[in-house]
Design a protein around this ligand. Sequence first.
Ligand SMILES: [Zn+2]
Length: 301
Amino acid sequence: MKNQYLFLILIIMLLGCTNESKEFSKLTGQAINNNLNEKYLGPIIDMHAHIYPSSSSENFDYIDNLVLEAKKAGVSKICLGLHARHLNNRPPTYSYQHDKWIMRSYKKYPDIIIPFLGSFNPDDETSLVYVENELKKNIWKGIGELDLRNSIKQTKTPMNSTIMMRVFLLASKYDVPVLIHNEFCYGTKCELGKNEMRNALKENPQTIFIIAHECPIDLMSEFSNLMCELNPFSIVPNEFVDRIIIGTDVQSPDLIIESGSEIYLPRYYEGIDLIRQILFQTHDAEKIAYSNAAKILNLKG
Ligand SMILES: [Zn+2]
């Protein structure tokens, strides 16, 4: 699924339409301002960013530029992991080397990069030994983004597969959240795919799950261990404000954030600026922008 919410933000700005603005403010149920020229100025954690798995030098140029741009945009931390949509409409290429690139990025920018483990194949049983050996090092702060059912990447891993259930158990054992991409209707009947999710969430109550790109209200209501990435297309009741985080899904050297629109493709800085304007609409901006993420990442201070 594409990260479509920035396109909605653009529509709001272009039309100056108070209806959409008010609707979005229901995200937390606490609208305080409809002036989109004002911004949330506090810290931001971007919980969803990717490396660029082409060549090592291209990746590190991209990371240098991303960090520069993030600093300019006032983003405090970036959770960095696989998989970028490097090549569309083909299965992902897994390489443990990519986790090494993430670790190298973290060592170069320890104050801003937060390393997420994700270069393993969710369908390969040997991944389990790798995941546990890496988590034992106590340096990874999260797992993901894992492509489970993903139409663009053509992956069809059931969320409750034997291997994934063991990965989720390891995540709780080592106290790290898991960021997942799961279009539950892809490659199966929607009802069956949703039941896979329910089963995984229910059987792993100690694991913190983050759904990328969307906030499925019904599942959020059912499972308190489920968090979600901000998406204004779904109105999220105020009761979930402690479980929403921000992610840009940035993944290419041009630092463009996918908006779901071919006519509007903001660069990272612009995308964050728009998020700041939208966040200003709620009393809970600081939670959504920073402290919810800081809590599950066990950041101090
Ligand atoms: Zn992503």
